[in-house]
Design a protein around this ligand. Structure first.
Ligand code: PLP
Length: 449
C-alpha cells in the first residue's frame, strides 16, 4: 500500500478492480485474452452483487457448491471462532474440529463408510480414492464413464470422460478405460438413453475384455453433473455395485457435486440404497465457505492400511478452518431441514421446468432430481439432436447465458445443456423470479434461431 492512498482508493471502481484482476491473473478454463471476469462484491442468500450494486440471482450456487446459500452467519461465526482458537494444525494432529466432524459426517454417510481422509477439494479426493483402490487391490486399471468430470489434477482429469481431458493427453495418468454410461450418446444415430440392462451389459463387456483381475476400480459420478444431470435408470447403480462386488473391483462414487442435499438426499447413492467402497465429496461439504474435500473409506480398505503406511498427504489436509466450516454447514443443513426442502422445492422446480419446456420447442429433455436440473437445447422440432455438435462451442447457448445475466440471472451450461442448481434454501418466490427470467430469455433465443 502506498502512503498516498489506501487500497480502497486505488480500487474504488468496478472497472479498476476488473482491470487489476486481469493484469495479474492467469485464469483457469480460459483463453486468457477472452476472459471477462464476473465482478462479485458481496453475496447474501441466493443473490450476489457486483461493485456497482447490480444484483444477480445465482442459479448455479457459485460453482454448484453454496448449498446453504451465501452469508450464513452460523458458518461464518464458526470459521471466525476456529481462526481465533486454532487457525492451523497439521494433518498429523488431533483437533477438536477433526473429532467433531468425523462424528457428524459418519452420521450422514451410508452405513459402513465412517472413516474419512480430508482433502482440499474434489479433484484431490478422487486422486486419493484412486490410490487407495489401486493399493488395496494391487490392480491398476480404472474404469470411468464417458460424459463425466472428476477434476483437473493429473489422475482426475485422466478419469474425466469429456473433452476437458483432451488437451493433456497422452501425458495424463495411464490405466484409465472409459465406458459409455446409461446417459448414452445424444450425438449418435441412436440417441435414446440406454436402459439399465443394456448399459450394464456394456460395462460387463468392458470388464471382460479388459480383464477383471486388472481393474482396481470403477469410478463414476453417481449422477453425472456438468455433463447434464444424467440420472441413471432404476437398477443401474445396483447393477454396477453387483458387478464390482462379483469381480473384487472397488466402486468409487464421486459425490462431489451430488453430495450434501443437492439431489434431495444426503448423497445420490442413498436414492439407490447402494454403498460404494470409496465415496468422494467436496463442494457442499462446506457449501464453499472454506476449501475442503473428503474420501469416505470402507472398513475393508481401512483394514488393509492398519499395518501398511499410506504414503500420501498434503500440508493442508484436515485444515481446521475447512473442518470448522464443514461442521457448521452440516449443522445448518440439519437444523434447517434443507435436504427435505431440496426434495420439496425440487419437485416444484421440475414441474416448472417441464412447463417451460412445453412452451419452447428449443428444449429437448428436462432432467431434475432435487435441486439439480438440466435442460437440453435442441436443433429440431422433433426435440433432437443437441443444439451444437459435441466439442463445438454453442454461440446460441452463450448468448442465452449472457441474456440471462443481463436480466439478473446467473447460470451455467455445458455443451448444449443448461444447468440449474440453485442453493437449496431458495424460496418459491426467488425460484419463480429466476424461472420467469429464464423463460423470457429462452423465448428471445427461440425467435432468433
Ligand atoms: C463431480 C465432480 N467431481 C470432481 C470435481 C472436482 O472438484 P474440485 O474442483 O473441488 O477439485 C468436480 C468439480 O466441479 C465435480 O463436479
Amino acid at each position: 500500500m502506498s502512503d498516498e492512498g489506501s487500497v480502497d482508493d486505488r480500487w474504488a471502481s468496478q472497472v479498476e478492480i476488473v482491470a487489476a484482476c486481469r493484469a495479474h491473473n492467469f485464469w483457469t478454463w480460459s483463453a486468457q485474452s477472452a476472459v471477462d471476469p464476473l465482478p462479485v462484491a458481496r453475496a447474501e442468500g441466493v443473490y450476489f452483487w457486483d461493485f456497482e450494486g447490480r444484483r444477480y440471482l445465482d442459479f448455479n450456487s457459485g460453482v454448484m457448491c453454496v448449498n446453504i446459500g451465501y452469508g450464513e452467519e452460523r458458518v461464518i461465526d464458526a470459521i471466525a471462532r476456529q481462526a481465533g482458537e486454532l487457525a492451523f494444525a497439521g494433518p498429523h494432529t488431533a483437533t477438536r474440529a477433526r473429532a467433531e466432524l468425523g462424528d457428524l459426517l459418519s452420521g450422514v454417510t451410508p452405513a459402513g463408510l465412517d472413516t474419512f481422509l480430508y482433502t482440499l477439494g474434489g479433484s484431490e479426493a478422487n486422486e486419493n480414492a484412486i490410490k487407495l483402490a489401486r493399493a488395496y487391490t494391487g490392480r491398476h486399471k480404472i474404469l470411468a464413464q464417458y460424459r463425466s468430470y472428476h477434476g483437473a489434477t493429473h489422475g482426475a482429469i485422466a478419469a474425466t470422460g469429456d473433452l476437458r481431458r483432451w488437451m493433456w493427453e497422452p501425458a495424463v495418468m495411464p490405466g484409465v478405460v472409459h465406458f459409455v454410461g446409461p446417459g448414452g450418446d445424444p450425438w449418435s444415430r441412436d440417441r435414446t438413453p440406454a436402459d439399465a440392462g443394456t448399459a450394464l451389459d456394456h460395462l460387463e463387456s468392458v470388464m471382460r475384455f479388459e480383464g477383471p483381475e486388472t481393474i482396481a476400480a470403477v469410478l463414476i459420478e453417481t449422477i453425472p453433473g456438468t455433463n447434464g444431470v444424467l440420472i441413471a435408470p432404476p437398477g443401474y447403480l445396483e447393477g454396477v455395485r453387483e458387478l464390482c462386488t462379483r469381480h473384487g473391483i472397488q466402486l468409487i462414487c464421486d459425490e462431489v457435486m451430488t453430495g450434501f442435499g443437492r439431489t434431495g438426499a444426503w448423497f445420490a447413492v442413498d436414492h439407490a440404497g447402494i454403498t460404494p467402497d470409496l465415496m468422494t465429496m467436496a463442494k457442499g461439504l462446506t457449501s464453499g465457505y472454506a476449501p475442503l474435500g473428503a474420501v469416505a473409506i470402507a472398513g475393508h480398505i481401512l483394514e488393509y492400511f492398519q499395518e501398511r503406511v499410506f504414503q500420501g498427504g498434503l500440508t493442508y489436509n484436515g485444515h481446521p478452518l475447512g473442518l470448522a466450516a464443514a461442521i457448521a454447514n452440516i449443522q445448518v443443513l440439519q437444523a434447517d431441514r434443507l435436504i427435505e426442502r431440496a426434495q420439496r422445492v425440487g419437485a416444484r422446480l421440475e414441474r416448472a421446468l417441464r412447463e417451460v419446456a412445453a412452451e419452447h420447442a428449443i428444449i429437448g429433455d428436462v432432467r431434475c432430481i432435487g435441486m439439480m436440473a438440466a435442460l437440453d437445447l435442441v436443433r429440431d422440432l422433433d426435440r433432437r439432436p443437441p443444439l451444437a455438435d459435441y466439442a463445438v462451442r454453442s454461440e446460441a447457448i452463450h448468448s442465452l447465458r449472457d441474456d440471462c445475466l443481463k436480466h439478473g440471472l446467473y447460470l451455467r451450461s455445458h455443451n448444449s445443456t443448461l444447468l440449474i442448481m440453485p442453493p437449496l434454501m431458495i424460496d418459491e418466490r426467488d425460484l419463480q423470479i429466476g424461472l420467469e427470467i429464464l423463460g423470457g430469455c429462452l423465448g428471445r433465443l427461440a425467435s432468433e434461431l
